[in-house]
Every structure is written in structure tokens, then in C-alpha cells.
Design a protein around this ligand. Structure first.
Ligand SMILES: C[S@@+](CC[C@H](N)C(=O)[O-])C[C@H]1O[C@@H](n2cnc3c(N)ncnc32)[C@H](O)[C@@H]1O
Length: 335
């Protein structure tokens, strides 16, 4: 985080004083960076904002909520630490996480898996598991005891589909604004022209449907606070919320063929997604104006929404992460 955001004010929190001491040691080993504020605090504490402060632009919570019996409590508490228009990033286990199959399998050998007890026996069984799952996902049998204690044995796991995580976050007033695999999954569907069956689902529903077809072992999810009544946008650009250019894609324009259309080549290095769209001259002008302004100019969305093909393009761009719907304050965390 510090490398990516060298000048940001960063507050790091964990309820384990040992973890905090460890992180401070890592920070001391990195020269010349703006200091990080460390706090010992419990995310399930309703008053966590008093410990860490409120008004954050971006909160990241990676590898934590999968191990808590009630993630919704933390989701509500984190909302009290975020400023209006901010974003929450979550890294959480998916349905296809190895532990989903591994734990019942270990239990069938009579091994208690709610804490790390018979470590030698566990490593023996993991050796067999690794041999049978030689898929490049790593050797579990050689992992450290602390990893096995947390990620294989552990009192509680939420290895949930994206649909389940989405229901949980929606319940706490959040909406899914994007996931790491959504652009690639939608791109694969669109390449074979199979995406039309998904139209016109909003970003959260899209991500959940694609995860059902191709379950992930881990989800990286970006969440925004949902304005009342607008949890599910059926169409990008609908309603009063402005549309932003995310800056994730570069676009190259070139004249194409006899039909006097323009070929626009979209490229996103972060997602490894590249695709082309044929645009009319006026669509090209409108797109250039949007890119230059960062926010869709007045009347822009209306113009695009006039034709069904224009609406479908907007919808695709929202799913692929080219554009994002949100209030103006959210522009600070685009990308
Ligand atoms: C698997 S580690 C992930 C650490 C780090 N975020 C990362 O991605 O490397 C989970 C961390 O969450 C902390 N944790 C678990 N429950 C917590 C809670 N209720 N409040 C604060 N921290 C918690 C644990 O102490 C542990 O350091």
C-alpha cells in the first residue's frame, strides 16, 4: 500500500499486537517512506472509528472476513470509517478455495480441523493431497505451521460464492462496484458473443452470475456505499449518478474501412484485456470528450442511451471497468 500510495496518510489496524509489532518491523526496514500509523483495534468493535479515525477515502480489508462468523458486523463498522464517495476493497475466500474440499476430506480421516493439533499426521495427509492436486497451486504440506493453523485448520471459514458475499455486503448497505475477474470473464463471454444472455444485469449481478459459472477460490471485490434504492443498476448511466472514466484503459483510434467508421482499440494492462469496437464518427467524438473530461459531459449518457446498441456498449464498458457509475467524490478512488 505504501509503495502504491507514497504520499497518502495510511492507518493500519489489527487486533493482534504481535501482528502490529511485525508490521512495524517491516516498515522500519523500508527507508524514506511517509510513516504509517499503527493501531491495535478489533474490527468487530462498534466504536472502531474512535480507534482508527473516520473519513477514509479507501479501506482495504484483505484475508480477514473469511474467518469471522459475522462479517456483516465488520462491514457495518467499516462503513463508519469511510467518507462519502469512498470505497472498500475486500479480499475474501471463494467457493473454490482449496479448504472447501480439503477440510471435509481431512475430517474423514478422523483429523480435527478446527485447530492445529496433530501436525505430523496433517502434513502426511497434505502430502497425498498435494500429489493428487498437482495443479501448480502450491505445496500445502511444506507451508509454515502458522499458515496451516490459520488457512487449513481454523475454527471458522466463509468460503463463499460471490453471490453469497454480495448478499452479505448488500445487507450492510454496500454494493459491488467491481471484481478482479469480472473484466476478463465478461471479455471471454463477449468474444464469443455469448454475453447477450447477461444483458442488462448490473455490475454486482454480472459478477455473481459469472462466478457461478466459473467459481473463484478467492475474490477481490471493490465496494461502494449504495445510495438508498439504487443497489442494483440495471443499466450503466441510468438515474442521476454520473458516469466516470476509470482510467484503467487506454484507447487507440484508427480509421477503418469503407463504412467510414472508426476502430477503437481498448487496452487494459492490469486486467490483460484488449478489445475493439467499431464506432461512428459522432460516437468517437463523444468518447474523446468523455475521456478528456474524466466525467461524462452533460447529455452524454442520454445521447448514448438513444439506441439499443449504444445502451449495450455502455453496459459492456461498465462491466469491463472502462467506466464506473458513482458520485463525484468517488472519482478520487477511480482505478
Ligand atoms: C490472514 S491475516 C491477513 C493479514 C493481511 N491483511 C494480509 O493480507 O497479509 C488475518 C489478520 O486479521 C487479523 N484479524 C482477525 N480478526 C480481526 C478482528 N476482528 N479485528 C482486527 N484484526 C483481525 C488477524 O490478527 C490477522 O493478522
Amino acid at each position: 500500500m505504501r509503495r502504491r500510495l507514497p504520499t497518502a496518510e495510511i492507518v493500519a489496524v489489527d487486533f493482534s499486537p504481535r501482528s502490529i509489532v511485525w508490521a512495524q518491523r517491516l516498515e522500519r526496514a523500508t527507508d524514506g517512506v511517509r510513516p504509517i500509523t499503527f493501531r491495535v483495534g478489533d474490527l468487530t468493535d462498534r466504536k472502531i472509528a474512535d480507534v482508527v479515525g473516520g473519513d477514509f477515502d479507501l479501506i482495504t480489508c484483505h484475508g480477514v472476513l473469511s474467518y469471522l462468523p459475522k462479517p456483516s458486523v465488520v462491514l457495518e463498522n467499516l462503513a463508519s470509517c469511510l467518507r462519502a464517495g469512498g470505497a472498500l476493497y475486500l479480499g475474501v475466500n471463494g467457493e473454490a478455495h482449496p479448504a472447501t474440499r480439503l477440510r471435509p476430506w481431512l475430517a474423514s480421516f478422523g483429523l480435527a480441523v478446527d485447530e492445529l493439533r496433530k501436525e505430523r499426521r496433517l502434513r502426511e495427509l497434505l502430502g497425498l493431497w498435494d500429489a493428487l492436486n498437482d495443479d501448480g497451486s502450491g505445496e500445502l504440506a511444506t507451508m509454515s505451521s502458522s499458515y496451516l493453523g490459520g488457512d487449513v485448520c481454523g475454527p471458522h471459514f466463509n468460503n463463499w460464492s460471490l453471490a453469497q458475499w454480495r448478499a452479505e455486503v448488500n445487507h450492510s448497505g454496500w454494493e459491488v462496484a467491481g471484481t478482479d475477474v469480472l473484466p476478463m470473464a465478461l471479455h471471454l463471454a463477449a468474444e464469443r458473443k455469448n454475453e447477450r444472455v447477461l444483458y442488462p444485469a448490473g455490475v454486482g449481478e454480472l459478477a455473481a452470475r459469472l462466478d457461478q459459472a466459473r467459481p473463484a477460490g478467492f475474490h477481490r471485490i471493490l465496494l461502494r456505499r449504495a445510495p438508498a434504492g439504487a443497489l442494483e443498476l440495471t443499466n450503466a448511466g441510468e438515474g442521476a449518478r454520473p458516469l466516470h472514466w476509470t482510467g484503467l484503459y487506454t484507447v487507440r483510434f484508427s480509421q477503418s474501412g469503407a463504412r467510414r467508421t472508426v476502430k477503437a482499440v481498448f487496452n487494459c494492462a492490469a486486467f490483460h484485456v484488449r478489445f475493439e469496437h467499431e464506432l461512428t464518427a459522432s460516437q468517437t467524438l463523444a468518447l474523446r470528450a468523455f475521456m478528456a473530461a474524466g466525467v461524462a459531459p452533460d447529455g452524454w449518457t442520454k445521447q448514448w442511451n438513444r439506441t439499443s446498441e449504444g445502451r449495450r456498449l455502455l453496459w459492456l464498458w461498465a462491466g469491463l471497468g472502462v467506466v464506473a457509475v458513482g458520485d463525484a467524490a468517488g472519482a478520487g478512488v477511480r482505478g
